[in-house]
Write a protein that binds this ligand. Structure first.
Ligand SMILES: NC(=O)c1ccc[n+]([C@@H]2O[C@H](COP(=O)([O-])OP(=O)(O)OC[C@H]3O[C@@H](n4cnc5c(N)ncnc54)[C@H](O)[C@@H]3O)[C@@H](O)[C@H]2O)c1
Length: 260
């Protein structure tokens, strides 16, 4: 049973693998939801699923690369629900290209979606969270921000930028009771990684090799990442701010050695 006192969360990239899992976790935890993504059937289907489960939901088709569309979306959520209490920025794209094959377009689009889109949403969210007396922003980065992996210069630069943005905003907004947390997923079974396998000579072999590289021997599932994000959004994380939470099956804890 939902009430007008239930907190409201905005999730960008809500129709994708990790974003949709976050939406379902936050709905379970009592949030009303604003789902932001590119227009499409996945966005509409998820909104219909939540509504039919009794969760007040607003689907907003908006491109995170567009600052005017972002501000208009934040205003629409505010008008619809009276404000919001949490922002989770999941929208992201990623390609694997050696630097010589990283076109101007790929660089610009990767930075615009993953980093600048996060900034536009944070800038639109902060005054609205202040108006609620505080809130939380969870910015999804990546383990690619923490370790160098070939072919990911644009993606890594964007995701490392997200870490700096989140850390700095956490300090800037702490007195306003706004927490800002970065989450770095490791390899997670979503369309984003499947698109990478599809470009490999043998996609099934690429998927097996990817799993074997993880100390836990498998990729994370989207809901395993989402549980950490939902925790970061909850009052149980009341003193976690400016932190980077890594959820990667041990990938960044380990390395390879001559005797393994
Ligand atoms: N899957 C992984 O292994 C992995 C690892 C580390 C970090 N991440 C990050 O997690 C986040 C979610 O990724 P995912 O794996 O669920 O990928 P996904 O491709 O399944 O979902 C990404 C979602 O973002 C949306 N999106 C992309 N560009 C957008 C735009 N311009 N405007 C609005 N929405 C847009 C897509 O429509 C999609 O619904 C991304 O930021 C990604 O970089 C994923």
């Amino acid at each position: 049973m939902s009430t007008d006192n239930d907190p409201v969360a905005v999730v960008t990239g809500a129709a994708g693998g990790i974003g949709a899992a976050v939406v379902r976790c936050l709905a379970r935890d009592g949030f009303r939801l604003a789902l932001v993504d590119r227009p499409g059937p996945a966005l509409d289907a998820l909104a219909a699923e939540l509504e039919s489960a009794g969760r007040p939901t607003l689907a907003v088709a908006a491109d995170v690369r567009d600052p005017a569309a972002t501000e208009a979306a934040a205003e629409r959520v505010t008008a619809h629900f009276g404000g919001f209490d949490a922002l989770v920025t999941c929208a992201g794209i990623g390609r694997i290209d050696p630097i010589g094959e990283t076109t101007d377009e790929v660089w610009t689009d990767t930075l615009a979606t993953n980093l600048t889109g996060t900034f536009w949403w944070c800038r639109s969210a902060v005054p609205r969270l202040k108006a609620r007396g505080g809130g939380v922003i969870v910015a999804v980065s990546s383990t690619t921000a923490l370790v160098g992996l070939p072919g990911r210069t644009a993606y890594a630069a964007a995701k490392a930028g997200v870490l700096g943005l989140a850390r700095t905003l956490a300090v800037e907004c702490a007195a306003d009771r706004i927490r800002v947390v970065a989450v770095c997923p490791g390899a997670t079974r979503t369309d984003l990684v499947r698109q990478g396998y599809a470009r490999a000579a043998d996609p099934a072999a690429a998927e097996r090799a990817h799993a074997a590289l993880q100390p836990i021997g498998r990729l994370s599932e989207p809901d395993e990442i989402a549980e950490t994000i939902a925790f970061a959004c909850s009052p149980r994380a009341a003193t976690i701010t400016g932190a980077t939470l890594v959820v990667d099956g041990g990938y960044t804890a380990g390395g390879t050695s001559w005797n393994t």
